[in-house]
Design a protein around this ligand. Structure first.
Ligand code: UDX
Length: 505
């Protein structure tokens, strides 16, 4: 038996929906010693899983699936009858409409299938991210379905996931918190089952209402997105005043109230979660008359970054990308995944082609590259990074895969027609690229290398006027020399330092 369970009996679990969330949940719960049946309507996906093929790339997942299938703790089926044997049934089906909006059709039809099959003492746990307005309906829908089937009520809970693609297995097995949201659990047996399921975890288990659980997931994603857009706006200030965003953020990160994570400037956030949750929050709140200007700005800054990548390339290419051959390094929305959902690469490549550039893309995930070619008409794909770089007028780093960060830049420069690099992820070393002969631009770290420009920008009008106009009379602040020595705090309070620091207790 798995060390996680410390000799206690395992929980019988069914997970309905074997996408990113469901498959990671299934494999990780099995790894923790529970008996898991993964259920999926797509016959092709079940066939692939039974054949040992993963439907997507997630580091460590294939190994976990294989090991747990071997010991019999993890099985896959298309037959929903397996639900009847489970103590806990997770629902992990999609809620995106594929067009930036929400849809609840899938979860409603899934509930139709599974609710009448739940054992009387089972708990229903939704792990899909739900639209906030659906939360209040969920226990009512489930209650009605049970009643219509002549069955007793079951507990209904939410258990949002906080896993990141690329590190999902580790995030699941070593979570920072486990959130349990109670939608309907009169006698507390649903929460008790989930606590039993997660007893191997050392993370705090936070029990709250279903609404608070959903909003705590939403809040985390909105905050992470806000941090990234903040860093991108800050990077603009750095470029404007000749600063270096790495130094600035590095210094800010020493303040534990701020921290350094998710402050990397570049072409902004993509993926299935952050962009969708920001735009849907703004849209859904607006529908109920609630303005959310901060989140609207987060979305706007994020989209602007993708356009700024085009501007940077045009700037280094002498004003326009038209006619240039551009090597697009990376297409997935982040490294260690083959996911292209809302990947900035799609917008960037499409716009470059519209502007008359030839785009030659390479990504280590060949399936993602094929999918990318289908999504971006006119894009060319290369069989290797070298082929992408051959004769390119510029390279654009879009995904900071390790193989790109470790490139031999002298060799890369020699392959290209013009050694120009725009680093959309601030992932490369400025010094290394400039030493290799590149004209190099990133975000908040200036433009360096061949085209480095001297500081010839005109002085702002106000400074010019101050330098050329009559010097203003400088007055010493009046100091009462007869006053007795006061403590620094008192001086601030009384304002005798000559400045009003507006300090309060
Ligand atoms: C996110 C949340 O992090 C996770 O908690 C939630 O469960 C699902 O959504 P994910 O979408 O997998 O995870 O990726 P994440 O690591 O959050 O990155 C999102 C995007 O932000 C990527 O495109 C990444 O490149 C970008 N990013 C991240 C930045 O631009 N700058 C940063 O500093 C960090």
């Amino acid at each position: 038996m798995c060390a996680f369970l410390k000799g206690e009996p395992s929980v019988r679990v069914s997970v309905v929906g074997l996408g990113y969330v469901g498959l990671v949940t299934s494999a990780c719960l099995a790894e923790q010693g529970h008996d898991v049946v993964g259920i999926e309507v797509s016959a092709a996906r079940i066939e692939a899983l039974l054949d040992g093929r993963m439907p997507f790339h997630e580091p460590g997942l294939a190994e976990l699936v294989e090991a747990n299938r071997e010991v019999g703790r993890l099985t896959f089926t298309a037959d929903p009858a397996a639900i009847g044997q489970a103590d806990v049934v997770f629902v992990a089906v999609g809620t995106h409409d594929g067009n930036g909006g929400w849809q609840t059709r899938t979860i409603q039809s899934c509930l139709n299938d599974i609710v009448p099959r739940l054992a009387d003492d089972a708990a229903l746990v939704v792990r899909s991210t739900l639209p906030p307005w659906f939360l209040a309906h969920l226990p009512i829908i489930v209650g009605r379905m049970r009643q219509e089937a002549g069955l007793g009520e079951v507990p209904v809970l939410l258990n949002p996931e906080f896993t990141k693609e690329g590190t999902a297995v580790q995030d699941f097995l070593e979570p920072e918190r486990v959130v349990l949201g109670i939608a309907h659990d009169v006698d507390g047996r649903g929460a008790a089952k989930l606590r039993r399921l997660y007893r191997g975890m050392s993370a705090p288990i936070l029990e709250m209402s279903a609404t608070d659980a959903a909003l705590s997931k939403l809040g985390a994603n909105l905050f992470l997105a806000t941090k990234i857009s903040f860093a991108n706006e800050l990077a603009q200030l750095c470029d404007q005043y000749g600063g270096n965003v790495d130094q600035v953020v590095g210094a800010m990160a020493y303040d534990h109230r701020i921290g350094g994570a998710f402050l990397r400037a570049g072409i902004g956030f993509g993926g299935s979660c952050l962009p969708h949750q920001v735009t849907m929050t703004v849209a859904t709140a607006a529908e109920s008359g609630l303005p959310t200007p901060l989140f609207a700005a987060v979305a706007e800054v994020n989209l602007r970054q993708r356009e700024r990548m085009i501007d940077r390339l045009a700037e280094l290419l002498g004003g326009s990308v038209a006619g240039a051959r551009i090597a697009l390094l990376g297409v997935t929305f982040k490294p260690d995944t083959d996911d292209l959902r809302d990947a900035p690469s799609i917008h960037i490549a499409t716009r470059l082609i519209e502007e008359g550039a030839t785009v030659v893309a390479f990504d280590p995930m060949t399936n993602a590259l094929e999918h990318f070619a289908a999504l971006v008409p006119g894009v060319r794909v290369a069989s290797s990074v070298d082929v992408a770089l051959d004769d390119a007028d510029a390279a654009a780093l879009v995904t900071e895969w390790g193989i790109f960060r470790q490139l031999d830049w002298v060799d890369a420069a020699s392959r290209m027609r013009r050694a120009i690099m725009v680093d959309g992820r601030n992932a490369l070393s400025v010094v290394e690229l400039v030493d290799a002969g590149f004209a190099y631009a990133s975000f908040g770290r200036g433009i360096r290398g061949q085209t480095e420009v001297a500081l010839t920008a005109p002085l702002p009008t106000a400074v010019e006027a101050d330098l050329t106009g009559e010097p203003a009379a400088y007055e010493m602040p009046a100091v009462d020399m007869t006053a007795t020595e006061s403590s620094p705090t008192e001086r601030y309070r009384s304002g005798t330092s000559g400045r009003d620091l507006a300090l309060t207790d």
